[in-house]
Design a protein around this ligand. Sequence first.
Ligand SMILES: Cc1cc2nc3c(=O)[nH]c(=O)nc-3n(C[C@H](O)[C@H](O)[C@H](O)COP(=O)(O)OP(=O)(O)OC[C@H]3O[C@@H](n4cnc5c(N)ncnc54)[C@H](O)[C@@H]3O)c2cc1C
Length: 412
Amino acid sequence: MLDEQNWSGTITYRASAIERPASVEAVQDLVARLPRVRALGTRHSFNDVADTDGVLIDMTGVPADLVPDAERSTISLGAGARYGLIAPAIDAAGLALHNMGSLPHISIGGAIATGTHGSGTALGSLSTAVTAMEFVDASGSIRRTAAGDASFPGLVLHLGRVGVVTRVTLAAEPSYEMRQDRFGPIPWSTFLANIASVFDAATSVCCFTGWDGQVRETLLKSRIPTDGPSLVVPDALLGAPRLPPTPASEHRTAVDGTAGPWWDRLPHFPITGTPSVGSEVQSEHFVPLRFAADALDALMSLHERIRPHLHVTELRTMAADDLWLSPSQGEPQLCIAFTWKKHPQAVQALLPDLEARLASFGGRPHWGKMSSLDGSAIAELYPRLPAFRDLIRALDPDQKFRSPFSERVLGC
Ligand SMILES: Cc1cc2nc3c(=O)[nH]c(=O)nc-3n(C[C@H](O)[C@H](O)[C@H](O)COP(=O)(O)OP(=O)(O)OC[C@H]3O[C@@H](n4cnc5c(N)ncnc54)[C@H](O)[C@@H]3O)c2cc1C
């Protein structure tokens, strides 16, 4: 049996083999020849979304072949590229992405397949940057889709179910600089009463709590304007003082008020270091931003059961979009991300109660993290799921990209 696992070591892939092609043609050949396959990115998902009972195609060996296009404000690149490795080259071409996740180690293909996000009430998930996509379909042929095609919003955020994405075009903008500043504890009741203003305090805001009566720290990631009024970073946030600077280290990007390139401030972790805590599992749920205070209040009732297993909970925001399977489809969301100690069984046992507390707010799970929600719960949360299933039936009549996860959770 293949003994290969995801990054956290909590999922052992049931796939019979992992192939690592070095060209798009080799990907096409594998897909055409094998009866059941699925693309694999950098293995950072915490559930079996990337697994298959066939063969996994690891896309990280296909060259990135970055093509920046300043005139069209786009970049195009291979889907197996990692954000952190390619971002400096995008910057060197005078361009930038609108946002990044906390972890720059992940692949572009894996991030867009699952709706990976950073923070920012005006910033969509990383999937929303896609303007065009090329993928190998079930016959082994290359298909192209672009914004404006009727099925495009169904194809972009696809959980690996449409095929193997080889190349994407992403919206870009002129390169910019950012700075990070952190602020001290805010009492929970003050935070709940002022959530909107906290998340409006910077381009990208991340709040950390241990469910102990306070937000222990708030991180403001502020974009530095290139024209117009200069940036003013407050000395205090809801009475919480700005904390002393933390210089860049192996484990953190610089939180010291200095200006730096977008790619070195948007993620929390540098590509050169161990991501996050290193020994963990994660779950994350999204609730419409208008329910943020009520949803957090509802979760607080579980604090005694949460805390023994918790490293930290991070609260972020994400703009609305119209991608069919996006957790942010329809309206802006509060993102409630739990970094748990590596206690997967205890976390799995807690999730049904946690998810029950969020059910009345329409809490949607992160596609790449732990959840106990089954297909019927997911169907309630995603009105466009039937349209996605129709799309898949037409694209993949022999169910080459079907997997135990897609069957269980998406029903296709
Ligand atoms: C420490 C840590 C921090 C994280 N931080 C964040 C965060 O800040 N925000 C957030 O939203 N998430 C976060 N995540 C979750 C992570 O971003 C997602 O799980 C993401 O999908 C991982 O990308 P990957 O390349 O590892 O994909 P994998 O886990 O390898 O695959 C994920 C899915 O993408 C599909 N896929 C991958 N590549 C392709 C391709 N080329 N073509 C078709 N399908 C493909 C796979 O089939 C699978 O369905 C974090 C995870 C970790 C471990």
